[in-house]
Design a protein around this ligand. Structure first.
Ligand code: ADP
Ligand code: MG
Length: 682
């Protein structure tokens, strides 16, 4: 055991940064670096640049009006410069004495034709004191932990004996082949880059030393996911056989023909179901690409082989809608479809439970309720999880645990997501799953035209709405998402509802929002579906999955507040039938830069995968993948966008190492993450 390096107080502060031991500290990498290896001359400085100057104090000036100000005038042999302090201690004033020599570092600003530095970093020195021969690291920090102290502690860690033993390279040959430095060398140079290196590479975390650390982190990450992937294949499932006759019957009744990609994806799924280990597959496809029917066909296989199937949706509206649709597809085949949601009345619920237990219910559509303790399946063989991104990843695991207690074999799982992410990222990131992608829309879809209006011009669109309703079509009016206040959101929705109701006396207007009871929600959606309600004012409850092909116009208020994927999902509610659709985005002035860029992306693109790519650029993968709420071990240093190439190398290597070097894999995982410990169970 290495001896205690940090004092108790230091440990406490370090803990705030998530640093629990010396390795954590070494992995607490600098955010950027300061170049104190050379001096600039005052005559050469330019505003906006970071500079280091060595100069003599020529005068000091303290003023209290209009605000507190300490100005120190300094001079080198080429010019003069002002150092300005707004927050300062009286003791600081005394420090500055005429004639003293200073080395200052900071950004140059131009203030009424004079150069100055505000709150520069400074140090009193003797003339000719040597300059640093390394770039100075700047760490993420917390109150009470100065940069100097962190640097000192890092140094202390590196000064220990037997460092090589403490930080061995588990896969030495691999690193050698890749021309990557050793872990220790990498860490040492990241914390103290020699001035011979190009600083930019360190600032951007693309130096070879960073690459080594990032690769290691991604490797740990892939050990986790690929470990799960292989582990999954070691479980037992009962193979589900393909039946041609049942599929034919189903397809004969279906009101449309499958697209090529729907067929291909269905084949991939059938192939999985046919194995004696569980399917664990993510089906990605843009909004409206027709994932549901593929899932139902897969369900049909399972039912035909004597299993029950659970079809889980994130909201009650969606569950009910799926239920209706699936019932209409499967009832003609004599298959009993059942609904189970949390808000169903106790009597109905009880009946559902019974049917599920007796095995009478073959396909059960529902919400979360489907995986709660009270549900006792007779023979669950297949879970379908719609809009998987809405559940977060943990749900997936919970599902597994539940079924494990049921039987000696695992049910198959199909997850569906309409938040498409670029293919390579999906494959590498969701490396614990197999992935299928539908990348084509059913034929005959008419295009959606997107228009953008400033909110004050909203009256101009009333006419468009009127025309739309008169020609028999329907309208969504989506009210802003007000994160801070649900009440406020509700108020806006209600006001809009009133306004529109007063204006459109001849068209029925409806209002739907999250606070309504599910029965009311259902009734309103029903009326909308039946074209009784012409204009529906909605909060973002309609975001996922609602399918009313006759709705051809959507107005989205405060579109500037919404994320790209949300806007895309919302817009995907229209353009579902064979008529041209229009989506009108209203925005409130004045737009932030990021909002402008988002609106531009949504205006110019209709393809969800393309939008996701842009989203990736704007937000970064962490947000895009919902990593924060996923409950999965997060990445400290690697960046899924910047490091995509390394990620895919790490994935391949992880597969190899998991097989050949399981012990070292565990060591590596332990080094990297306490959370990764349940890997490699098999
Ligand atoms: P999503 O992939 O967003 O879940 P859905 O499964 O809800 O999309 O499908 C959207 C609509 O397209 C539904 O009304 C569905 O019945 C219809 N649909 C699905 N596949 C086809 C197809 N091949 N041809 C025509 N319509 C289709
Ligand atoms: Mg769907």
């Amino acid at each position: 055991m290495p001896k205690q390096i940090f004092t108790e107080i230091q440990s406490k502060k370090l803990k705030k940064l998530g640093i629990l031991n010396s390795l954590d500290l070494l992995l607490h990498l600098p955010l950027r670096y300061v170049d104190e290896t050379k001096l600039d001359l005052i005559k050469d400085i330019r505003p906006g640049f970071m500079c280091q100057i060595e100069a003599k104090i020529i005068s000091i000036e303290v003023s209290y009006r209009p605000r507190k100000n300490l100005t120190v005038h300094v001079q080198d042999k080429t010019g003069e410069l002002k150092l300005r302090f707004i927050n300062f201690y009286p003791s600081q004033i005394k420090q500055f004495e005429e004639g003293k020599i200073l080395r200052v570092y900071g950004e140059i600003k131009l203030n009424s034709f004079l150069f100055e530095m505000i709150h520069p970093q400074y140090e009193f020195i003797k003339i000719g004191a040597p300059l640093k021969n390394f770039y100075t690291p700047v760490y993420p920090t917390t109150e009470g932990l100065s940069q100097k102290l962190i640097f000192k502690l890092v140094k202390k860690v590196f000064e220990q004996e037997n460092l090589d033993e403490q930080y061995p390279d588990y896969f030495g040959k691999l690193y050698l082949e890749k021309k990557l430095p050793s872990l220790l060398e990498a860490l040492q140079l990241i914390h103290k880059p020699k001035k011979e290196y190009e600083k930019k590479l360190f600032d951007e975390k693309t130096s070879i030393f960073h690459q080594r650390i990032i690769y290691d982190e991604l490797l740990a990450h892939q050990f986790f996911f690929r470990g799960k992937y292989h582990e999954n294949k070691s479980y037992k499932s009962k193979p589900i056989l393909y039946s041609d006759s049942i599929q034919k019957k189903f397809l004969n009744n279906l009101e449309f023909k499958l697209t090529n990609q729907q067929q291909l994806v269905f084949l991939e799924i059938t192939n999985d179901l046919n194995q004696s280990y569980p399917m664990y597959r993510l089906l990605q496809g843009d909004v409206g690409s027709g994932k549901t029917v593929v899932a139902v066909m897969a369900a049909l296989q399972a039912i035909n082989s004597g299993f029950q199937v659970a079809f889980m949706a994130p909201t009650e509206i969606l569950a009910e809608q799926h239920f209706e649709k699936i019932k209409s597809w499967l009832s003609p085949l004599g298959i009993e479809v059942e609904l189970l949601t949390g808000s169903m009345n106790p009597k109905l619920k009880k009946r559902s439970y019974e049917k599920i237990k007796s095995g009478l219910a073959k396909l059960i559509v529902g919400t979360h309720a489907l995986i709660q303790e009270k549900v006792d399946y007779k023979s669950i063989g297949f879970y379908i999880i719609d809009e998987q991104h809405r559940f977060g990843v943990r749900q997936r695991l919970a599902l597994k645990e539940k079924s494990e207690s049921n039987k000696n074999f695992e049910p198959h799982q199909l997850m569906m997501s309409a938040t498409p992410i670029p293919r390579t990222l999906a494959m590498n990131y969701f490396a614990d799953m197999d992935i299928s992608i539908i990348n084509e829309m059913p034929p005959g879809r008419k295009s959606i035209t997107t228009k953008i209006f400033a909110s004050e011009k909203r009256n101009q669109i009333l006419d468009t709405i009127d025309q739309n309703c008169l020609s028999g079509n329907q309208v969504y009016w989506v009210c802003p998402l007000i994160e801070e206040s649900e009440t406020l959101q509700l108020e806006t929705a209600e006001r809009t509802f009133q306004d529109l109701s007063n204006y459109f006396v001849n068209h029925k207007v409806g209002l739907i929002h999250g606070r309504l009871h599910s029965k009311e929600k259902k009734e309103i959606m029903e009326e909308f579906k039946k074209n009784k309600i012409k204009i529906i004012v909605a909060t973002t409850v309609i975001e996922v999955g609602v399918d009313v092909p006759n709705a051809t116009l959507m107005v989205i208020e405060n579109a500037e507040r919404m994320g790209l994927s949300q806007l895309h999902q919302l817009r995907g509610r229209i353009g579902r039938g064979d008529k041209e659709s229009i989506c009108i985005l209203l925005y409130q002035k004045k737009l932030s830069d990021i909002a402008k860029r988002r609106l531009k992306v949504i205006y110019e693109n209709i393809d969800g995968f393309k939008i996701a790519e842009e989203d990736l650029k704007l937000r970064g993968p962490g947000e895009l993948l919902g990593l924060r709420q996923s409950g999965l071990p997060s990445l400290r240093i690697a960046d899924l966008d910047r490091d995509q190439e390394l990620l895919s190398i790490a994935k391949t290597d992880a597969d190899f190492l998991l097989k050949k070097r399981p012990k070292d894999v565990l060591m590596h995982i332990n080094r990297w993450h306490r959370n990764y410990q349940d890997v490699g169970r098999s």
